[in-house]
Design a binder for this molecule. Structure first.
Ligand SMILES: NC(=O)C1=CN([C@@H]2O[C@H](COP(=O)(O)OP(=O)(O)OC[C@H]3O[C@@H](n4cnc5c(N)ncnc54)[C@H](O)[C@@H]3O)[C@@H](O)[C@H]2O)[C@@H](O)CC1
Ligand SMILES: Nc1ncnc2c1ncn2[C@@H]1O[C@H](COP(=O)(O)OP(=O)(O)O)[C@@H](O)[C@H]1O
Ligand SMILES: [K+]
Length: 510
């Protein structure tokens, strides 16, 4: 459960405070957290493989953690050296420094003394870091980065802002980061990814009731996990069911110019397992759709001169037949009347690509909250800026930006990126913990739109009471990312074209 929660620096500080005021000694908690760091370091970098470890110690409790690690590694037989650039230390950190010195672990002020070390432990700053690294400290970090050594950062790479993930002047480029206690927001911010390396959370035993004293339950910012995604999947299906009970999705997409995107959206939808898939496309695209998706009901629509959808025929006009409509990929800007009509539907809708661009032109964003059913918007950053020109990404903070966008628009907003973020109008946010740059390819977003539509349609049609749509959207995004990861593992990062991606979706669950 705690694995799912994502906190800000302020919330972590308050949780820590509650633990201390309940009687846990500060030094004991540090011993637990840093003790875990020390044993993880020993399993990742066993003494049989490396001997010399340099420890970078800052003035606060992050430095205290580093000194505990220094002590443990020294006692285990590693050759440990400490670089402590600042003389003034917090009391507890100072006590650990005195003990380490009594063990004859050498202390230095200059980072150069660590150059012959095979591994560096970065305990300069943790979640207390808010100011920019300047002067001597910046020089130390830059020197360390220039060596390209293995670096384990305790809690956060020093110099990374805990909430926004912004680089404060400069920051340590870690090979591993051990996040202590609870996941912090920076781990889900695109701009921090290049600094984090491999990440893991070290659970030092925070009592859940203390967490809930500080943050509301359910946690406003959470990550989607495999367990949760699996739980939200509409399987097993009931024994007695039929196709319309398993969700009827209407896709409205495509134009002469963008036939491929239509196919990819449809393939994404098909892989969701949706009971019935109807696809409204320009008439001339019908043969190609039918040849690739014989299982779908393809509805040919009258076309404009340039091959965009001009109007919707009866079959695609009576929206009451559908559990959900996904609309947008490949429409071109000519399909304005189509998007206007879709916005009037009484069922939930998903808008992507040209659907979003048209929505931005219509200027009706603020009326989405008045729709009877849920609206899901799935912009990448460019579309996001067009849709929400007033929302600034202050300090590059994508999490707050998407949260604001959902609250402003009354829609579920999914902001695509290396770490996709999904926000609900009530303020809650879901984050996708891992993905792959293999997905940075034309068409992978189309696959996602279809998948979200197909999965949501099944949930809408289903009998389950639990229909928290934002978590279904997050499940689809998690699934999409996992398919990318799996495909990249088997085919390299170059082998994950969008069509291949759609074929890998179901393998995620096999
Ligand atoms: N999560 C938890 O509950 C636990 C946290 N512990 C450790 O405690 C850390 C937080 O400790 P602190 O609150 O002491 O904070 P930090 O150790 O992150 O550092 C804060 C200190 O550095 C100074 N400082 C911050 N940025 C600076 C800059 N750019 N230039 C110069 N000085 C700067 C501050 O004035 C303050 O004195 C965590 O990251 C973690 O490593 C563990 O010891 C125990 C459990
Ligand atoms: N560096 C990256 N790491 C992980 N996922 C990425 C990365 N770049 C893009 N993606 C994912 O790929 C998809 C791209 O979607 P989009 O920009 O709409 O492309 P398209 O319109 O060509 O389909 C999104 O789901 C996004 O999250
Ligand atoms: K650190």
């Amino acid at each position: 459960m705690l694995e799912q929660i994502i906190v800000s620096a302020e919330q972590m500080r308050q949780i820590e405070e509650q633990i201390f005021s309940a009687g846990m000694p500060v030094a004991a908690l540090m011993e637990k957290a840093a003790g875990l760091c020390a044993s993880r370091v020993q399993s990742l970098y066993p003494l049989s493989e490396i001997k010399k470890v340099g420890i970078l110690v800052g003035p606060g409790h992050n430095g205290g953690d580093a000194l505990v690690v220094a002590r443990e590694l020294h006692l285990a037989g590693y050759q440990v050296k400490i670089c402590r650039p600042l003389s003034k230390l917090k009391d507890l950190t100072n006590t650990h420094a005195n003990y380490a010195a009594s063990l004859k672990i050498p202390f230095f002020e200059e980072i150069e003394t660590l150059e012959d070390c095979e591994l560096i432990i970065d305990g300069l700053f943790g979640f207390g870091n808010e100011r920019s690294l300047e002067g001597k400290l910046a020089a130390i970090v830059n020197q360390l980065n220039s060596w390209s050594k293995s670096v384990v950062s305790i809690d956060l790479p020093s110099g990374i802002h805990t909430d926004t993930g912004k680089v404060l002047g400069t920051a340590v480029v870690a090979s591993h980061t051990f996040c202590l206690g609870l996941w912090k927001r920076a781990f889900f911010q695109d701009q921090a990814l290049a600094y984090l390396g491999k990440v893991e959370r070290l659970d030092f035993g925070i009592p859940p009731h203390i967490v809930w004293q500080v943050i509301p339950q359910p946690a406003p910012v959470q990550q989607i996990t495999k367990t949760l995604a699996q739980k939200l999947l509409p399987i097993p299906r009931p024994q007695v069911t039929h196709k319309y009970k398993q969700g009827h999705l209407l896709l409205i997409c495509g134009s002469h110019r963008y036939a491929g995107g239509t196919l990819l959206t449809a393939l994404g939808a098909r892989s969701s397992g949706v009971g019935m898939l109807s696809i409204a496309v320009p008439e001339s695209l019908k043969p190609i759709l039918v040849s690739h998706l014989p299982d779908a009901l393809t509805i040919g629509c009258p076309e404009t001169e340039s091959g965009a959808i001009a109007s919707l025929p009866d079959l695609a006009q009576d929206f009451s037949n559908y559990d959900l409509i996904a609309c947008g990929p490949g429409l071109t800007s000519e399909a304005k009347p189509i998007v206007e009509a879709v916005l009037k539907a009484e069922c939930p809708i998903v808008l992507d690509a040209d659907g979003l661009n048209i929505l931005a032109q219509l200027g009706t964003l603020s009326s989405l909250g008045k729709r009877k059913a849920t609206t899901v918007l799935t912009p990448h950053l460019g579309e996001f800026k067009r849709l929400f020109p007033d929302i600034e990404l202050t300090d590059g903070d994508r999490i707050t930006a998407v949260q604001t966008a959902a609250q402003q628009s009354g829609a579920i907003v999914l902001l695509k990126g290396a770490r996709t973020a999904i926000a609900n109008p009530n303020g809650s946010v879901w984050l996708i913990p891992e993905s792959t740059p293999a997905l940075a390819r034309g068409g992978s977003g189309d696959v996602l739109t279809g998948l979200i539509g197909g999965l949501m349609a099944q949930i809408e049609a289903g009998e389950s009471e639990f229909k928290e749509e934002v978590s279904i959207v997050a499940t689809a995004a998690w699934w999409h990312a996992q398919a990318g990861i799996l495909a990249a593992k088997q085919r390299t990062e170059l082998g994950v074209d969008a069509h291949t991606l759609s074929q890998y979706l179901i393998s995620v669950w096999q």
